[in-house]
Design a protein around this ligand. Structure first.
Ligand SMILES: *Cc1c(COP(=O)(O)O)cnc(C)c1O
Length: 420
């Protein structure tokens, strides 16, 4: 079921008209649906039914808003984090420490110390120097921490180059070929308890074949590692499942298809599985609400200039990503236009030659499927304040991040004495 629907000529999020939110908090603003978040958790959980106690650790970087995290925490999810900031956010949202998985290629000693103090459940290590650093930090604290190595399976995920992470030339994980030696060395380090293996090959995957190939390699490695005497009790299969953005493209595999493949490939592994979904949980649960500032004549097509920009939603300029853009009060008339933001970069373009609802100055539009990698990637480029974020639940809604006053942004800069 879709919780973003036109009723009485107006787009609603659950029971709330988007125009009411725009009137009250202004635009641009991100708006999230609680019912959609909860539904996505349920669909993902159902897809894994039959597995023995899987851990679903939401990839916090996809949407770290405190209210979104608290909603997911209540639904029982853990967290996959990549910084001490994300650990603190996950804890603040009520996610138990043992359900937190600490990933990332550049963990510092300070971040490791914080993670150990808080008691995170598992460290996913991405290099041998990192293992040595964690060993020193843990041993200094008199602690032993559970670790897995993230394996780079050298598989092409078939997604955009900037979100592919599982080829041998990517910075992520340790090479598959060197894994057995790396585990042997890690086993000899104090403070580390080897617990498992991990893999994550990329994001917005629209084909299960590369995932299956990566998982099959992981399965073979588990056998080799066990034969070498390591107790492998956990396998972390990462995230990456894609969501539909462009209705003209084939629909990506469903969580149910993904779950069926996982169960087939991992049968007999005899491990607890960990999953780190991000986009598939939050992507379709959010929109970016924006207003049309004006429409300007263009050579091939008119430019629709909206008040959201690349600093608010970076994906189109970073990855050539496609977001459906709809009028929140569609008339049925269509136009072919370029949709752009006000930022002084040609990359600040959301859509080119787009067939979409006809809009005029003052109308509001919704960028669909903006719940993942949206607000979290925002910057203040062009001295634009960070947008407001709103969470809807049934016929209730609340501002879950206030729009940053521009004065606060400016006041963060400090003048040195000699300019005072
Ligand atoms: C980003 C990331 C994820 C989540 O990826 P999605 O495509 O959003 O599901 C999971 N695990 C790791 C290690 C990541 O870096």
């Amino acid at each position: 079921m879709d919780h973003f629907q036109i009723r009485n000529g107006e787009m609603h999020v659950e029971g709330i008209a988007l125009s009411a939110i725009a009137d009250a908090v202004g635009t641009p603003a991100y708006v999230y649906s609680t019912a959609t978040l909860e539904r996505h958790v349920q669909v993902f959980r159902d897809a894994l039914a039959g597995l023995d106690d899987p851990l679903i650790a939401f990839a916090v970087k996809a949407n770290p808003n405190g209210a979104v995290l608290a909603t997911l925490a209540r639904a029982g999810l853990g967290a996959d984090v990549v910084s001490s900031g994300e650990i603190l956010r996950a804890r603040a949202a009520g996610i138990p420490p043992e359900r937190i998985i600490f990933s990332g290629v550049g963990k510092t000693a300070e971040e490791m110390r914080l993670a150990i103090e808080i008691g995170v459940g598992q460290f996913n290590l991405e290099s041998e120097p990192e293992a040595e650093m964690l060993s020193r930090v843990a041993a200094d604290m008199g602690r032993t921490v559970a670790v897995a190595y993230r394996i780079n399976p050298d598989v092409d995920a078939g997604t955009h180059a900037k979100i592919s992470t599982g080829k041998s030339n990517n910075k992520f994980g340790i090479p598959y070929a060197g894994a057995v030696d790396a585990y042997a060395r890690a086993a000899a380090l104090p403070g580390l308890q080897i617990r498992g293996v991990a893999v994550h090959i990329g994001s917005q995957l629209t084909d299960l074949a590369p995932l299956e190939a990566a998982f099959a390699r992981l399965g073979a490695l588990i056998e080799t590692l066990r034969a070498a005497g390591h107790a492998i009790t956990v396998a972390d299969l990462g995230g990456g499942l894609g969501v539909p953005y462009d209705p003209a493209l084939p629909v990506p595999p469903s969580p149910a298809d993904y779950g069926a493949m996982v169960k087939r490939v991992t049968a007999g592994w005899n491990v607890r599985l960990i999953f780190e979904p991000g986009r598939v949980i939050v992507g379709n649960a959010g929109v970016l609400l924006s207003s049309v500032i004006r429409v300007k004549q263009g050579e091939a097509h008119p430019f629709v200039i909206v008040d959201a920009a690349m600093n608010d939603l970076l994906r189109p300029s970073l990855y050539e990503a496609w977001h459906d853009i709809r009028s929140i009060r569609p008339t049925g008339r269509r136009v072919v236009v370029n949709v752009v933001g006000p930022v002084c970069e040609s990359g600040d373009t959301f859509a080119t030659a787009r067939d979409m609802d006809s809009v005029a100055a003052g109308d509001r539009v919704a960028f669909m499927t903006a719940g993942a990698y949206g607000a979290t990637m925002a910057s203040t480029y062009n001295s634009r304040a960070l947008t407001a974020e709103v969470l809807v639940s049934g016929d209730k809604w609340a501002v879950v991040r206030a729009r940053e006053p521009i004065e606060a942004l400016i006041a963060r800069d400090k003048l040195p004495d000699w300019l005072g």
